[in-house]
Design a protein around this ligand. Sequence first.
Ligand code: GTR
Length: 431
Amino acid sequence: MNSHLLLVMILGIQMSSGYAQDTLKSMQQLRAEVNYEEKNVPDYALPSLFAGSNDANLIDATTWNNKIRPEWLELFEREMYGHFPDEGLHVSFIINSDQMVFGDKFRRKEVTINVSNGRHGHDISLLLYLPTKVRGPVPMFVGLNFYGNHTIHSDPGISIHRSWARNNEDYGISNNRVDDKSRGIRANRWPVEQIIQAGFGLGTIYYGDIDPDYDDGFNNGIHSLLDEEVDKSTLSSISAWAWGLSQALNYFEQDSQIDHDHVAVIGHSRLGKTSLLAGALDQRFAMVVSNDSGCGGAALSRREFGETVHIINRSFPHWFNERFNHYNEQVNKLPFDQHSLLALAAPRPLYVASASEDLWADPHGEFLAAKEASKVYNLLGEKGLEDASMPAADSPSNKGVVGYHMRSGKHDITSYDWAQYLSFASRHFKK
Ligand code: GTR
């Protein structure tokens, strides 16, 4: 066959499926096209939250809870986030240590979450700090961390994981392994003292203990426990990480020092996408917090402002299922947008936050999604986000059951962000 004809055939095959067509655009091209101008946001229409009807008055709370909500969840799993199939897996907890630290101000516990398929097992380490001054079981925040439990505080007693870690020269992490040098390097993101002071406990898991964050074809982490026959196109790292968060909650239910009815799930960035999914899948989480979660998290995909579906799928093919690639060049065909994901938190308290310089995550798109999702809160008899338009930086809108703020500054989670989440949770968790 002549080479020209071959090329025409290959192109023909690529053009016939939206997905293959992507390969024609280089990552460089995609990045060069990123839109940071509000005036260039394309016209779009959001799919109705109420399944075909734009009128919340035509739907009642029971229909939402029993019909529409499960349908959205199923669609999200099928078209975007995939699913972690845990049938056949057995989870057990081993308390490795439990002691008072820092002049008896906190109690530190380390729990191994052992996941087994009967032939082999996989360990995930859960770190807990509980306040000692609170009487009775304590409400909690739980979230995943990026480099290891030992990085969230300088406490020398925290165990160091042996899982894969992303190399980072600044943190002295090389050969994808961590050691003592990285103790406390992320303490700025985890203000443990502030959390304890506010009367909350904190639980955290290193996300790489659940599933290392690179595209390995779903063979490592907890995916190593799955049967060979499992359809890999339905798997994703985000759904595996979310599953890990639910295991922490399963442990909380067995610990009498923890008020498992008042657990807020929190996450920053890719781990904020994860906290949103965890909160949607597992309604035992009593509050859901998304910090700068952006594309694939709280931001509306159809705005194509900052990171796009196409870019995220190309950069991180393992975060979502294979099917999500189908929308790379046709986000308008998505049966949902991210406002539907936020609505799955209703009627539980939901807090979405952005940062003013974090345009990649589209702060305005995050606000609009939270505003739209508020319609479901209203349907369920709760007050959603009150402000009609985007509040100014550092002016939280937090009077309803949906809270929002845009912190001034960069993509990060800071003690300012935590202060908002802690007071929001204190207000809603008060018995
Ligand atoms: C970026 C990615 C974002 C966000 C971020 C993070 O590279 O494009 O979607 O998740 O990583 O998790 O820090």
